[in-house]
Design a protein around this ligand. Structure first.
Ligand code: PLP
Length: 335
């Protein structure tokens, strides 16, 4: 399908604008010179309300749906430093909705990083000190349980799955795929690698669906930073299929084709900064003056640097790293 047709199909689906788009595609001159290939950042950090990030694109569709269905309360959940929960709280406030955030951990004695911002936004934070197992979980089952629990604690509400990971949320990243496709055409970067952090897989599924529909020559690669979910590639393939179907263009995706590196760059676990991630964070900060977050983008950036240096991302093709935000989490950690 061509870009105009995809844009037309997306426009037919209700959306509330939360993102100033297009987000910049920035060349990193000093890092590129050091590595010997062109490296670009797609600046989806800081987009949307309250210091933003990638979730703002998903929430444009999800919260339009909440409003259309006449809801007043929005419920979502995540890890203690969930950026998704914080952006949902801010976007809900912007639209006059009441945000409720669920965490499966005891209430920390000090609220730092994203939790502090939630408090400033007056989000209702529900800390439930059970269920936070480190073993991989079923995405659908976890969503279902939290949804049920929220009925008991909050009453009628609009439920947003973890990470805003759903067909509607994924449409936000189909729009981003279209935006990046057009920017790359203007800059002659169509053969680039597009590398990104993967948490729940919604962003990856949306971009994958979008690039596939556009028959884009981009090479996409996601780095799992959490190893949180059972049968993760299969869930991403299914979501990409559902997104294409929602846009009226069915397409088959298989788990074995999912462009995802599982486990390698997770470090000791979700939410725990890794040594390589911290090194990558410092390297970008010190060459280009740009910050990454320690939980998502730093780990994925470390993976991108390593694969590039090992020659596993081709040789001279440009690399576009999708900066998905998450900076408030920096203030939840000490040195
Ligand atoms: C900063 C940041 N980057 C990347 C991701 C991963 O996005 P997704 O959950 O869509 O895989 C998230 C959220 O999970 C995030 O907060």
């Amino acid at each position: 399908m061509d870009a105009e047709e995809l844009a037309r199909r997306l426009e037919a689906i209700p959306r509330v604008p939360l993102v100033n788009e297009p987000t910049p595609l920035e060349f990193l001159p000093r890092l590129s010179a050091a590595i010997g290939r062109p490296i670009y950042l797609k600046r989806d950090d800081g987009i949307g309300p309250a210091m933003g990030g990638n979730k703002a694109r998903k929430l444009e569709y999800l919260l339009a749906d909440a409003l259309r269905r006449g809801h007043h309360r929005v419920v979502t959940y995540g890890g203690l430093q969930s950026n998704h929960a914080r952006i949902t709280a801010a976007a809900a406030r912007r639209l006059g909705l009441e945000p409720h955030l669920f965490y499966f951990a005891p209430r920390p004695s000090r609220l730092t990083g994203n939790l502090l911002l939630n408090d400033l936004l007056g989000a209702h934070m529900h800390f439930l000190p059970f269920g936070g197992s480190a073993r991989p979980r079923s995405l659908a089952w976890t969503d279902f349980l939290v949804h049920l629990l929220a009925w008991v604690r909050v009453g009628r509400h609009y439920f947003i799955p973890v990470g805003g990971r759903s067909v509607l949320g994924g449409l936000g990243y189909v729009r981003a795929a279209l935006e990046l496709h057009r920017q790359a055409q203007a800059e002659g970067l169509e053969n680039a690698w597009v590398v990104m952090a993967v948490g729940t897989g919604g962003t990856l599924a949306g971009l994958w669906a979008g690039f596939t529909l556009l028959r884009s020559p981009f090479r996409l690669l996601g780095m799992d930073i959490g190893a949180l979910w059972k049968n993760f590639p299969a869930t991403i393939a299914r979501l990409a299929e559902q997104i294409c179907a929602r846009l009226g263009e069915p397409h088959r995706f298989s788990a074995s084709e999912v462009p995802l590196i599982e486990r390698t760059y997770v470090g000791s676990g979700y939410g725990v900064p890794s040594h390589h991630g911290n090194e990558a964070l410092r390297r970008l900060a010190r060459t280009e003056g740009i910050l990454l977050d320690p939980i998502y983008t730093a780990k994925a950036f470390a993976g991108m640097l390593e694969l590039s240096e090992k020659g596993q991302l081709g040789k001279e093709e440009p690399v576009i790293f999708l900066h998905t935000g998450g900076l408030p989490a920096l203030f939840a950690f000490e040195e």
